[in-house]
Design a protein around this ligand. Sequence first.
Ligand code: ATP
Ligand code: MG
Length: 242
Amino acid sequence: MSTLLHLQSVEADISGSRILRGVELEVRPGEVVALMGRNGVGKTTTLKTITGLLPVRTGTIVFDGQPIHRLATDVRARLGIGYVPQGRDIFPHMTVEENLRIGLVVHGRKGPEAAAALERVYELFPVLKEMLGRKGGVLSGGQQQQLAIGRALLLDPKLLILDEPTEGIQPSIIEQIGDTLRRLRTIPRSDGTGLAILLVEQYVDFCRAVADRYYALDRGAVVSSGAIADLTDEVVRVHLQV
Ligand SMILES: Nc1ncnc2c1ncn2[C@@H]1O[C@H](COP(=O)(O)OP(=O)(O)OP(=O)(O)O)[C@@H](O)[C@H]1O
Ligand SMILES: [Mg+2]
Protein backbone atom coordinates (compact mmCIF):
# COMPACT_ATOMS: atom_id res chain seq x y z
CA MET A 1 0.00 0.00 0.00
CA SER A 2 1.30 3.48 -0.82
CA THR A 3 2.35 5.93 1.87
CA LEU A 4 1.62 9.66 1.92
CA LEU A 5 3.49 10.58 5.10
CA HIS A 6 6.16 8.53 6.82
CA LEU A 7 8.05 9.44 9.99
CA GLN A 8 11.02 7.19 10.74
CA SER A 9 12.97 7.30 14.02
CA VAL A 10 12.14 10.97 14.54
CA GLU A 11 13.86 12.54 17.51
CA ALA A 12 13.40 16.18 18.52
CA ASP A 13 14.54 18.40 21.37
CA ILE A 14 12.99 21.47 22.97
CA SER A 15 15.32 23.71 24.99
CA GLY A 16 17.87 20.92 25.29
CA SER A 17 15.39 18.28 26.51
CA ARG A 18 14.67 15.21 24.40
CA ILE A 19 10.91 15.33 23.69
CA LEU A 20 10.55 12.85 20.80
CA ARG A 21 12.43 9.57 21.16
CA GLY A 22 12.16 7.82 17.82
CA VAL A 23 8.60 8.37 16.57
CA GLU A 24 7.44 5.98 13.83
CA LEU A 25 4.22 6.95 12.06
CA GLU A 26 2.60 6.48 8.68
CA VAL A 27 -0.41 8.04 6.95
CA ARG A 28 -1.73 6.55 3.70
CA PRO A 29 -3.61 8.54 1.05
CA GLY A 30 -7.22 9.20 2.02
CA GLU A 31 -7.14 7.72 5.52
CA VAL A 32 -7.90 9.31 8.89
CA VAL A 33 -5.21 8.63 11.49
CA ALA A 34 -5.55 9.56 15.16
CA LEU A 35 -2.43 10.43 17.17
CA MET A 36 -3.46 9.90 20.78
CA GLY A 37 -1.85 10.35 24.17
CA ARG A 38 -2.01 12.15 27.49
CA ASN A 39 -1.00 15.79 28.07
CA GLY A 40 2.66 16.53 27.47
CA VAL A 41 3.66 13.25 25.74
CA GLY A 42 4.75 15.00 22.52
CA LYS A 43 1.69 15.04 20.26
CA THR A 44 1.93 18.72 19.25
CA THR A 45 5.71 18.39 19.04
CA THR A 46 5.30 15.54 16.54
CA LEU A 47 3.03 17.72 14.40
CA LYS A 48 5.53 20.58 14.56
CA THR A 49 8.29 18.35 13.17
CA ILE A 50 5.96 17.49 10.26
CA THR A 51 5.01 21.10 9.47
CA GLY A 52 8.57 22.36 10.01
CA LEU A 53 7.93 24.55 13.05
CA LEU A 54 10.47 22.42 14.94
CA PRO A 55 13.60 20.81 13.44
CA VAL A 56 14.18 17.07 13.81
CA ARG A 57 17.38 16.08 15.61
CA THR A 58 17.62 12.77 13.80
CA GLY A 59 15.28 10.68 11.68
CA THR A 60 13.47 11.26 8.41
CA ILE A 61 10.09 12.54 7.32
CA VAL A 62 8.96 11.63 3.81
CA PHE A 63 5.86 13.25 2.30
CA ASP A 64 4.45 12.27 -1.07
CA GLY A 65 7.68 10.50 -2.03
CA GLN A 66 10.14 13.20 -0.99
CA PRO A 67 12.13 13.89 2.19
CA ILE A 68 10.75 17.09 3.73
CA HIS A 69 12.40 17.31 7.15
CA ARG A 70 14.94 19.92 5.98
CA LEU A 71 12.44 22.04 4.01
CA ALA A 72 10.98 25.36 5.19
CA THR A 73 7.45 25.43 6.63
CA ASP A 74 5.93 27.31 3.68
CA VAL A 75 7.49 24.90 1.19
CA ARG A 76 5.99 21.94 3.06
CA ALA A 77 2.60 23.71 3.06
CA ARG A 78 2.76 24.15 -0.70
CA LEU A 79 3.63 20.47 -1.16
CA GLY A 80 0.20 19.74 0.34
CA ILE A 81 0.34 19.81 4.14
CA GLY A 82 -2.50 21.82 5.71
CA TYR A 83 -2.27 22.59 9.43
CA VAL A 84 -4.87 23.66 11.98
CA PRO A 85 -2.93 24.33 15.20
CA GLN A 86 -4.10 23.65 18.73
CA GLY A 87 -6.38 26.52 19.80
CA ARG A 88 -7.29 27.15 16.13
CA ASP A 89 -5.43 30.46 15.71
CA ILE A 90 -8.08 32.43 13.88
CA PHE A 91 -7.91 36.23 14.03
CA PRO A 92 -10.75 37.29 16.39
CA HIS A 93 -10.83 40.96 15.32
CA MET A 94 -10.94 40.22 11.61
CA THR A 95 -14.05 39.16 9.72
CA VAL A 96 -14.61 35.61 8.51
CA GLU A 97 -13.84 36.78 4.97
CA GLU A 98 -10.60 38.49 6.03
CA ASN A 99 -9.56 35.37 7.92
CA LEU A 100 -10.06 33.32 4.76
CA ARG A 101 -8.36 35.85 2.49
CA ILE A 102 -5.29 35.79 4.71
CA GLY A 103 -5.14 32.06 4.01
CA LEU A 104 -5.19 32.80 0.28
CA VAL A 105 -2.43 35.41 0.59
CA VAL A 106 -0.27 33.06 2.65
CA HIS A 107 -0.70 30.39 0.00
CA GLY A 108 -0.10 32.80 -2.90
CA ARG A 109 -3.47 32.14 -4.56
CA LYS A 110 -5.06 34.86 -6.68
CA GLY A 111 -7.77 35.50 -9.25
CA PRO A 112 -10.06 32.70 -10.45
CA GLU A 113 -8.00 30.07 -8.63
CA ALA A 114 -8.60 31.90 -5.34
CA ALA A 115 -12.32 32.35 -6.08
CA ALA A 116 -12.73 28.65 -6.84
CA ALA A 117 -10.90 27.69 -3.64
CA LEU A 118 -13.22 29.96 -1.62
CA GLU A 119 -16.31 28.50 -3.32
CA ARG A 120 -15.23 24.97 -2.35
CA VAL A 121 -14.90 26.06 1.27
CA TYR A 122 -18.35 27.75 1.27
CA GLU A 123 -19.87 24.61 -0.21
CA LEU A 124 -18.36 22.56 2.58
CA PHE A 125 -19.22 25.04 5.36
CA PRO A 126 -22.29 27.06 4.27
CA VAL A 127 -22.41 28.76 7.66
CA LEU A 128 -19.15 30.58 6.84
CA LYS A 129 -20.70 32.13 3.76
CA GLU A 130 -23.61 33.39 5.88
CA MET A 131 -21.17 34.94 8.35
CA LEU A 132 -18.59 36.48 6.01
CA GLY A 133 -18.94 39.94 7.57
CA ARG A 134 -18.84 38.79 11.19
CA LYS A 135 -15.74 39.03 13.35
CA GLY A 136 -14.01 35.69 13.92
CA GLY A 137 -14.18 36.21 17.67
CA VAL A 138 -17.99 36.20 17.82
CA LEU A 139 -18.35 32.80 16.13
CA SER A 140 -19.12 29.75 18.27
CA GLY A 141 -16.31 27.30 19.00
CA GLY A 142 -17.61 24.92 16.34
CA GLN A 143 -17.86 27.71 13.75
CA GLN A 144 -14.32 28.88 14.57
CA GLN A 145 -13.14 25.32 14.05
CA GLN A 146 -14.87 25.28 10.65
CA LEU A 147 -13.21 28.60 9.78
CA ALA A 148 -9.78 27.29 10.77
CA ILE A 149 -10.31 24.08 8.77
CA GLY A 150 -11.70 26.06 5.84
CA ARG A 151 -8.64 28.31 5.80
CA ALA A 152 -6.32 25.29 5.79
CA LEU A 153 -8.30 23.73 2.91
CA LEU A 154 -7.79 26.77 0.65
CA LEU A 155 -4.43 25.26 -0.28
CA ASP A 156 -6.10 22.06 -1.47
CA PRO A 157 -3.85 19.95 0.81
CA LYS A 158 -3.24 16.22 0.38
CA LEU A 159 -2.91 15.93 4.15
CA LEU A 160 -4.85 17.95 6.71
CA ILE A 161 -3.32 18.03 10.19
CA LEU A 162 -5.61 18.93 13.11
CA ASP A 163 -4.36 19.45 16.67
CA GLU A 164 -7.13 18.66 19.18
CA PRO A 165 -10.10 20.02 17.20
CA THR A 166 -12.54 19.15 20.02
CA GLU A 167 -10.58 20.94 22.75
CA GLY A 168 -12.73 23.51 24.55
CA ILE A 169 -15.80 22.75 22.42
CA GLN A 170 -19.15 21.80 23.94
CA PRO A 171 -20.18 18.13 23.61
CA SER A 172 -23.15 18.93 21.37
CA ILE A 173 -20.82 20.58 18.83
CA ILE A 174 -18.15 17.87 18.98
CA GLU A 175 -20.50 15.59 17.08
CA GLN A 176 -20.78 18.25 14.33
CA ILE A 177 -17.01 18.37 14.03
CA GLY A 178 -16.99 14.60 13.68
CA ASP A 179 -19.55 14.89 10.87
CA THR A 180 -17.39 17.56 9.23
CA LEU A 181 -14.33 15.31 9.25
CA ARG A 182 -16.32 12.41 7.82
CA ARG A 183 -17.62 14.73 5.10
CA LEU A 184 -14.14 16.03 4.27
CA ARG A 185 -12.88 12.63 3.27
CA THR A 186 -15.72 12.10 0.79
CA ILE A 187 -14.91 15.27 -1.15
CA PRO A 188 -12.50 14.58 -4.02
CA ARG A 189 -9.47 16.86 -4.21
CA SER A 190 -8.77 18.78 -7.40
CA ASP A 191 -6.47 15.96 -8.62
CA GLY A 192 -9.11 13.30 -7.83
CA THR A 193 -7.43 11.75 -4.78
CA GLY A 194 -9.01 11.76 -1.32
CA LEU A 195 -7.89 13.97 1.54
CA ALA A 196 -5.92 12.27 4.32
CA ILE A 197 -6.30 13.52 7.89
CA LEU A 198 -3.85 13.29 10.78
CA LEU A 199 -5.71 14.16 13.93
CA VAL A 200 -4.28 14.72 17.40
CA GLU A 201 -7.02 13.88 19.85
CA GLN A 202 -7.38 12.83 23.48
CA TYR A 203 -11.10 12.11 23.30
CA VAL A 204 -11.16 8.33 22.68
CA ASP A 205 -14.82 8.06 21.62
CA PHE A 206 -14.27 10.77 19.02
CA CYS A 207 -11.30 8.84 17.60
CA ARG A 208 -13.34 5.65 17.47
CA ALA A 209 -16.03 7.54 15.54
CA VAL A 210 -13.84 9.20 12.90
CA ALA A 211 -10.45 7.44 12.58
CA ASP A 212 -9.32 4.42 10.57
CA ARG A 213 -6.11 3.83 12.52
CA TYR A 214 -4.48 5.11 15.68
CA TYR A 215 -1.06 5.68 17.21
CA ALA A 216 -0.73 5.94 20.99
CA LEU A 217 2.15 8.13 22.07
CA ASP A 218 3.70 7.96 25.54
CA ARG A 219 6.77 9.95 26.66
CA GLY A 220 7.88 10.73 23.13
CA ALA A 221 7.48 7.31 21.51
CA VAL A 222 4.71 5.27 19.89
CA VAL A 223 3.70 2.54 22.34
CA SER A 224 0.77 1.05 20.42
CA SER A 225 -0.75 1.36 16.96
CA GLY A 226 -3.20 -0.36 14.65
CA ALA A 227 -6.73 -0.28 13.29
CA ILE A 228 -8.96 1.89 15.50
CA ALA A 229 -11.29 -1.13 15.83
CA ASP A 230 -8.40 -2.94 17.55
CA LEU A 231 -7.74 -0.20 20.12
CA THR A 232 -8.19 -2.16 23.35
CA ASP A 233 -9.50 -0.94 26.70
CA GLU A 234 -6.15 -2.07 28.10
CA VAL A 235 -4.21 0.36 25.85
CA VAL A 236 -6.70 3.09 26.73
CA ARG A 237 -6.25 2.43 30.46
CA VAL A 238 -2.47 2.15 30.46
CA HIS A 239 -1.51 4.84 27.96
CA LEU A 240 -4.43 7.16 27.26
CA GLN A 241 -6.78 7.56 30.20
CA VAL A 242 -6.17 10.60 32.35
N1 ATP B 1 8.13 25.81 24.25
C1 ATP B 1 8.45 24.83 25.10
N2 ATP B 1 9.44 24.98 26.03
C2 ATP B 1 9.75 24.00 26.89
N3 ATP B 1 9.14 22.80 26.92
C3 ATP B 1 8.16 22.59 26.04
C4 ATP B 1 7.75 23.57 25.09
N4 ATP B 1 6.74 23.09 24.34
C5 ATP B 1 6.53 21.83 24.81
N5 ATP B 1 7.37 21.54 25.82
C6 ATP B 1 7.42 20.27 26.57
O1 ATP B 1 7.49 19.21 25.64
C7 ATP B 1 6.67 18.13 26.06
C8 ATP B 1 5.72 17.74 24.94
O2 ATP B 1 4.85 18.84 24.67
P1 ATP B 1 3.71 18.77 23.58
O3 ATP B 1 3.18 20.14 23.45
O4 ATP B 1 4.20 18.09 22.37
O5 ATP B 1 2.66 17.83 24.32
P2 ATP B 1 1.20 17.36 23.86
O6 ATP B 1 1.22 15.88 23.82
O7 ATP B 1 0.78 18.08 22.65
O8 ATP B 1 0.31 17.81 25.12
P3 ATP B 1 -1.15 18.51 25.21
O9 ATP B 1 -2.12 17.40 25.15
O10 ATP B 1 -1.13 19.15 26.55
O11 ATP B 1 -1.28 19.49 24.09
C9 ATP B 1 5.98 18.56 27.34
O12 ATP B 1 6.65 17.99 28.43
C10 ATP B 1 6.13 20.07 27.33
O13 ATP B 1 6.25 20.53 28.65
MG1 MG C 1 -0.63 19.53 22.26
